[in-house]
Design a protein around this ligand. Sequence first.
Ligand SMILES: [Zn+2]
Length: 285
Amino acid sequence: MKYLFYSTLIYFFASQSVALATSDTLYIVYTANINGMIQNCNCGKEPLGGMGRVKSYIDKVRSESKHILVMDGGDYFNTYPYLELNQALAKVQQLVKYDVILPGDQAFVEGLSFFTELQQKNGMNWVISNFKNFTQKSKKINFVSFDVEVYGYLSPGSFSFITLPDNQKLLSYDELPATDLAMGEKNLNIMIVHGNEEDAISIRDYYPGIDLILTAHTQNQKARNFSHTPIVGCGKDGEYIALIKAYLDESKWKFEIVFEKMHSGIADDLSVLSIIEEFELSKTD
Ligand SMILES: [Zn+2]
């Protein structure tokens, strides 16, 4: 596939470049910390972001690549209650058709009933490995020559300005039943960590079977290697998306990571624009 639009830094976590068959390559598109920014802020020199651009970008990657996994690490919703906006965001999230979503603390911003309704709509794609009342502890996706398993850790510590409802219980990573995180050696094991940097590093130490960690809640936009495992965060407000190319090289997973800028050259998706228009009208009613 051609490299898309234009990008900032490229990080290679690969020992050598190899000629690849398309069937062995997986493209991972990762968003996190959208923070309710359904539109770009129209601020600064070049306003970045907006879910219309994000959806157009994802659709383009989907049209160009055979093996693709689209994931969100949470804090997609607004940081404070704003029902009309959060409902519009929920509609957009469904349109994007994420393969995996780890709902962060901000998915509770409108209370438990909003969360439960979202869960019912998106249940197949939601993953929380450490939520006691939640059945989907991981999601396995079968590709032709490999399997991917995605886990999601929602750190209890991420609930500071949003409160976890009383009857909901999150376990710490070291309290999880081993069967919930039985990582197969032939899989590409991905862990989304919704929490801080220390959570990501502690979890990597505790579960050495993890091949790739994606971070959310912490809003860093960076990729780094920790004990041979890339830890990748894509920033905030939908300004950048992480595009990760993963491939097997002599039975080891290798990764190339690019941060794609959501700039004005990317046309807004029309179906997202109509949801935004509807939301704007609801404000003037
Ligand atoms: Zn969060």
